[in-house]
Design a protein around this ligand. Structure first.
Ligand SMILES: [Zn+2]
Length: 315
């Protein structure tokens, strides 16, 4: 490994910048940024007014790029957000045991390319995209798309959250990709299809758009007013149980809702809390902690019945 500048990398970097892509240097032969970290910030140069990370230091300025790449054979990072790009990253398994999860098993799927093709088919879309494409060092594919105007998309990973699927990542705001011309662990990144990026297809934009938080279908002010007409100890019980539910973390939300429904069910069974008031208050709390309405209603009904039944048996 030499530290001499590489004319090929500089020319690739200038070509990318000429496309309007904001780039920054990556460590030679690696994927990580070659810029100083916040802990080691000298507070000089671009960081005089405070540390700037790679996303904000990424540039299209040819003079800055020439200067940076005159120091060594840096790989090229394309900061997707400032470049208005969404890059779909189709990856390959990392080892023989890296197998598709149940959702994709039995469909002849072996890597991210297959998952993406299956996804296109599921949505009635062509699998081929006539867009700028890079072949990665490990045999993966980067499909470059123009980000939709007015929509801030962020990175996604595999099947998590808004992710598209196994071995399919996306890079947008907060993310970067290793550009063609770079070499990682001795393996070059090459242009596989040299056409301008096409706009991100609408169906992909929809899949990648974070879902809005659930909208409470209840008029919570009206529920509060109804609860406010009940006896003080009943009000306190409703407040205590609904606070428990609203604050419940993922993994215990449904169980907490059931336990609180059972607790309030005892008051319903004793005739001191009208069943519709209990249901509405619990439903508002359940939705506030992120549970869906149908799931809430099922759990609440079961919990109330359990609580009310306990009163019946005790009497
Ligand atoms: Zn800094």
């Amino acid at each position: 490994m030499t530290d001499r500048p590489s004319p090929d990398l500089l020319s690739a970097a200038l070509t990318d910048a000429d496309c309007g892509w904001h780039i920054f240097p990556l460590t030679p032969n690696h994927k990580y940024p070659a810029l100083h970290s916040e802990e080691r910030c000298p507070r000089t140069g671009p960081c005089t007014a405070g540390h700037l990370g790679w996303e904000r230091r990424a540039t299209t300025d040819p003079d800055v790029i020439r200067r940076a790449w005159s120091h060594g054979p840096y790989n090229i990072g394309v900061a997707c957000g400032p470049s208005a790009l969404v890059v779909v990253d189709l990856d390959t398994p990392k080892h023989p045991g890296d197998l598709p999860p149940a959702r994709w098993a039995g469909q002849g799927i072996t890597d991210g390319h297959d998952v993406f093709a299956a996804l296109c088919e599921e949505h009635g879309q062509p699998a081929f995209h006539d867009t700028f494409t890079v072949r990665t060092g490990r045999g993966g594919t980067h499909l470059y798309f123009i980000a939709p105007a007015g929509l801030v998309l962020r990175n996604t990973t595999g099947e998590k959250g808004q992710g598209l699927g196994w071995k399919v990542d996306t890079r947008a705001h907060g993310g970067y990709v290793v550009a063609a011309g770079s070499t990682v662990a001795g393996h070059p990144y090459t242009v596989a299809r040299d056409v301008p990026p096409m706009p991100l297809p609408a169906w992909l934009a929809t899949l990648l758009t974070p879902k809005a938080p659930p909208v409470a279908t209840l008029d919570t002010a009206a529920v509060r007013a109804r609860i406010g007409r009940l006896q003080a100890y009943v009000q306190a019980a409703v407040r205590g149980e609904t606070e428990k539910v609203a604050g419940a973390g993922e993994g215990v939300r449904n169980h907490t809702l059931f336990a609180s429904s059972a607790a309030l069910g005892r008051l319903v069974g004793a005739g001191t809390l009208p069943e519709p008031d209990a249901t509405d208050a619990l439903l508002a709390a359940g939705q506030a902690c992120g549970l869906g309405e149908a799931e809430c209603r099922r759990t609440i009904a079961k919990g109330l019945a359990r609580g009310a039944g306990a009163v019946g048996r005790a009497a």
